[in-house]
Ligand binder design. Structure first.
Ligand code: AMP
Ligand code: MN
Ligand code: MN
Ligand code: MN
Length: 283
């Protein structure tokens, strides 16, 4: 089933995407996606709409989320697929993970104001679809609107990241808890875009080993944020660690995302596609 056009990572207005779950389902269908998952950050509020829209479009669907985790002092993202989105343990865990975002956003805005950019909290809020999910992406959109940067990529080079104005360190969920919420609900926990983390070899080894020890079973190999060489590298890592492989665009917005829904290379040969582990969870 490795040649299936699966896109198991994207964002809607329920987190930091700009399209609704219905618009994403239609776009996925138009782009030839066969199996889809909406993976909003720290949220399952869009899951019912996404599953219904997938059904209306004739797409196979897996429930999804992308959980923010703090591991070895760095933010790591763990994608959950195929879990029960109604499970109260998942819902409470995600709600607690979202909890600090409002205060963090106010601190980000205070730093930006000190750097000469006033009104960023109010500005970012105008881009927010879910009041519990103010993210750096919404600030980035406001900084572009305000003419501070030409695009969101420039924002993340100059602001909102470690050592730059507007960066507020934050403690997210633990790896253990995130994997537990996903697996207790019958899903599979996946390391998202592993090439994006600034880990030493030892830290990366620890991430893969601990994910497995907690019951995680997959890693993203083909994603919008990996080069072809990075996909090869993590294909090898998947085999070495005995993990299944996932594929997802991480699409956020037509204007911002360079990889569109479903427009990704196939998984490299010889890997176990994550959807083979989730055959009984596909809706
Ligand atoms: P937050 O969860 O509030 O820390 O926001 C994280 C989000 O910011 C990610 O999910 C991306 O959507 C966005 N982001 C982070 N780094 C970058 C980057 N270098 N370029 C574009 N978007 C980024
Ligand atoms: Mn995002
Ligand atoms: Mn991510
Ligand atoms: Mn993502």
């Amino acid at each position: 089933m490795a040649i299936l056009n699966a896109d198991l990572h994207c964002h809607s207005v329920v987190s930091d995407g700009t399209l609704t779950p219905e618009e994403l389902a239609a776009r996925a269908k138009a782009n030839g996606v066969e199996l889809w998952a909406l993976t909003d950050h720290d949220e399952v509020g869009g899951q019912q709409r996404a599953a219904a829209a997938a059904r209306a479009q004739g797409l196979k669907y897996l429930t999804g989320t992308e959980i923010s985790v703090t591991f070895a002092g760095e933010t790591v993202h763990i994608v959950g697929l195929g879990f029960d989105a109604q499970d109260p343990r998942m819902r409470q865990g995600l709600s607690a993970t979202r909890g600090g975002r409002g205060e963090r956003a106010r601190e980000m805005a205070a730093q930006l104001a000190q750097a000469g950019i006033p009104g960023a909290y109010e500005g970012a809020l105008r881009y927010v679809g879910n009041p519990e999910l103010v993210s750096r992406t919404h600030f980035a959109r406001y900084l572009v609107e305000a003419g501070v940067c030409k695009d969101t990529a420039e924002v993340f080079r100059k602001y909102l990241t470690e050592g730059k104005p507007g960066f507020v360190p934050h403690r997210w969920a633990t790896l253990k808890d995130a994997v537990r919420w996903i697996t207790e609900g019958g899903g599979v926990a996946v390391i998202a875009h592993p090439a994006r983390y600034r880990f030493t070899a030892n830290e990366e080894y620890a991430l893969f080993t601990e994910l497995k020890a907690h019951g995680g079973r997959a890693v993203e190999v083909v994603t919008g944020s990996h080069t072809a060489a990075e996909a090869q590298r993590y294909a090898q890592a998947a085999q070495e660690f005995g993990l299944a492989a996932s594929r997802g665009s991480d699409f956020h917005s037509p204007g911002e995302s360079h990889t569109d829904l479903g427009r990704l290379p196939p998984l490299p040969e010889g890997l176990t596609p994550v959807w083979d582990l989730l055959a009984d969870r596909i809706q």
